[in-house]
Design a protein around this ligand. Structure first.
Ligand SMILES: NC(=O)c1ccc[n+]([C@@H]2O[C@H](COP(=O)([O-])OP(=O)(O)OC[C@H]3O[C@@H](n4cnc5c(N)ncnc54)[C@H](OP(=O)(O)O)[C@@H]3O)[C@@H](O)[C@H]2O)c1
Length: 274
């Protein structure tokens, strides 16, 4: 049985690949650039672009279950032909799917709902790994974190727990039609997050709370587009209840407790050390 992972070189997809391998499954990984993919030995790496269905010939052949991202392109643009993608999967006999939920449901989700494929929408809250993307550089070079909304609460989730849920759902089945919100085991404020990180790297980290306008300017300087900047202002400044409410889904699906931020910080401490 083959399991197809799309987004396989990404933060979550890479770990879905690892979780499926650890479960003893055959894994096919899709990437636009196999030469740069650097995936574990034993993985069948195939070239394909989710934005171009003609590049996906044969990708679903022999695939029992597939993990989907719902965007195409480095700016997370929605898939241009989600329905066509589902048609290819269904015609090839794919029986089960997971979707890594993004900012909004689109054509892919609607087409899956109308197909005979047993599918599950994974709806993670904020990834712990954003910490690496957003903070590692300034902590390493200046010992400082500059962010708005110091008191905002988040039930942030370890990316490996998202992957573990995806792999369990794909391998075991029986989760069709469900939407799983995925959180970590606790809700913490940004200030608490900074303190946990500082303790795990063993040095002081200064927290500078930005005003919203200072944050907008910083994110633009970091290269973010206007849409992403405004998404962040809204998502971080006015986090919906789902984003800070702990749910037991990781344990219910995988049988093990969700990993906390202290564990994430100790696993990744080296990336923050000078
Ligand atoms: N960060 C958060 O806090 C958070 C929270 C909730 C939900 N999410 C959602 O999580 C998703 C991002 O997941 P991630 O962080 O794991 O992604 P990521 O690390 O940014 O990786 C992006 C992946 O998408 C693949 N990709 C992009 N365009 C492609 C295309 N046209 N064809 C084929 N593959 C393509 C890339 O593969 P190649 O470059 O190898 O082709 C890469 O593997 C988004 O939908 C986001 O909305 C994020």
């Amino acid at each position: 049985m083959t399991f197809l992972v799309t987004g396989a070189t990404g933060t979550v997809g890479r770990l879905v690949v690892e979780e499926l391998l650890a479960a003893g499954q055959q894994v096919r990984a899709l990437t636009r650039n196999p030469a740069k993919a650097a995936l574990p030995e034993g993985v069948e790496v195939v070239a394909g672009d989710l934005a171009r269905l003609d590049s996906l010939a044969g990708v679903f052949d022999g695939v029992e279950a597939a993990h989907f991202i719902n965007f195409a392109g480095d700016d997370y643009t929605p898939l241009p032909d989600g329905a066509g993608l589902v048609r290819l999967a269904a015609e090839a006999g794919v029986r089960r799917a997971t979707v890594l939920g993004g900012r909004a449901d689109g054509e892919l989700e609607q087409a899956l709902a109308a197909s005979g494929i047993e599918w599950t929408l994974l709806h993670p809250v904020e990834f712990m790994s954003n910490t690496l993307r957003w903070w590692a550089h300034t902590v390493r070079t200046e010992g400082v974190i500059k962010e708005p909304f110091g008191d905002r609460l988040s039930a942030l989730v370890h990316e490996r727990d998202i992957a573990a849920v995806a792999a369990t759902v794909l391998v075991e089945g029986g989760h069709g039609g469900r939407t799983y919100t995925l959180t970590g085991p606790e809700a913490i404020t940004l200030r608490e997050k900074v303190a946990i990180l500082a303790a795990s790297i063993g040095s002081d980290v200064r927290f500078v709370e930005l005003t919203v306008d200072e944050a907008r300017a910083k994110w633009r300087d970091d290269g973010m587009g206007e849409e992403t900047v405004e998404f962040l202002v809204s998502a971080l400044g006015n986090t919906p209840e789902e984003g800070y409410t702990v749910v037991p889904t990781v344990r219910e699906v995988t049988g093990r407790d969700a990993r906390g931020f202290a564990q994430w910080a100790s696993e990744n401490a080296a990336a923050f050390q000078p």
